[in-house]
Design a protein around this ligand. Structure first.
Ligand SMILES: Nc1ncnc2c1ncn2[C@@H]1O[C@H](COP(=O)(O)OP(=O)(O)OP(=O)(O)O)[C@@H](O)[C@H]1O
Length: 258
């Protein structure tokens, strides 16, 4: 059985069909990319999978359970964690606090007690803080020396890294990364590519949305292509790259904007 099964998902925004009968699977250990021109429905799909939007029709099964229409918190507790295209960090909290918040679905400590730190949460907090340090170790010296800095002090690329660190804190079975290389230069994109490969080696399954084709081609086991809310292709990076419908979807969009 696949880790994630998406069946016939539909989402309509007042007559605009953002997703139309989309189905595919993600298997444990895979890196699957969702690509498509602007407005194709990629983020709407992520929102439907993670509880930020409810599909009008269709089903999502995750880890053997029906995950359709659950809240973001319930879905996170099942083992799915995501990052956002528009970065959503607590800018006035420190790096440590941002990652601790990502961990709260896995600890007995609530968000407020994690921040207020009464005596009874200390033992759990010491373990949690050690785990934050371990997670941030994945990013070499980019985040670890800045543990007590506010997130707003970070560079754009480091904010994206911190979002991934926060998602990792809940020990997810599946990570959904929404444009992990957006706004990054080629060197930073290469680092992001290496990091995602490392996450897979650590046992995480990854579903990502990305416009940067170097990253998609370098990492993906399978690529799903959306256009106008419909899945128009699915296959290996090479298969998708040569698919005539995919080429036309991208070229058509370029021609319209030319
Ligand atoms: N909350 C909403 N209300 C109305 N329309 C929406 C809403 N969210 C998305 N849409 C529309 O649904 C369609 C799909 O949008 P979506 O953001 O999912 O595309 P995308 O593939 O992620 O695009 P991009 O690559 O530009 O991020 C677009 O036409 C968009 O304008």
């Amino acid at each position: 059985m696949a880790l994630l099964e998406i069946r016939n998902i539909e989402k309509d925004f007042g007559g605009l069909i953002a997703l139309n009968n989309v189905s595919f699977d993600v298997h444990e250990g895979e890196i699957v990319s969702v690509i498509g021109p602007n407005g194709a429905g990629k983020t709407t799909l992520f929102n439907c999978l993670t509880g930020y939007s409810k599909p009008d029709k269709g089903h999502v099964h995750f880890s053997g359970k029906n995950a359709t229409g659950l809240t973001p918190h319930e879905i996170n507790a099942l083992g799915m964690a995501r990052t956002f295209q528009q970065i959503r960090l607590f800018m006035n909290l420190t790096i440590m606090e941002n990652v601790l918040i990502g961990m709260h679905s896995r600890t007995r400590t609530g968000v407020f007690s994690a921040l207020l730190r009464p005596a009874w949460v200390r033992a759990e907090e010491i373990a949690a803080r050690a785990k934050v340090v371990q997670i941030l170790g994945l990013f070499q010296e980019r985040l670890l020396p800045r543990l007590e800095q506010q997130a707003r002090m970070l560079s754009y690329a480091n904010r994206r890294r911190l979002e991934i660190a926060r998602a990792l804190a809940s020990d997810p079975k599946l990570m959904l990364l929404d444009e992990p290389a957006a706004g990054m230069n080629p060197h930073e994109t290469q680092l992001a590519t290496d990091l995602i490969r490392q996450l897979r080696e650590m046992g995480h399954t990854i579903l990502l949305i990305e416009h940067d084709m170097r990253l998609v081609m370098a990492l993906s086991d399978r690529v799903i292509v959306l256009d106008h809310g419909e899945k128009i292709a699915e296959g290996s990076p090479q298969e998708v790259q040569q698919n005539q419908q995919v080429i036309e979807a991208y070229m058509g969009r370029v021609a319209k904007h030319a």
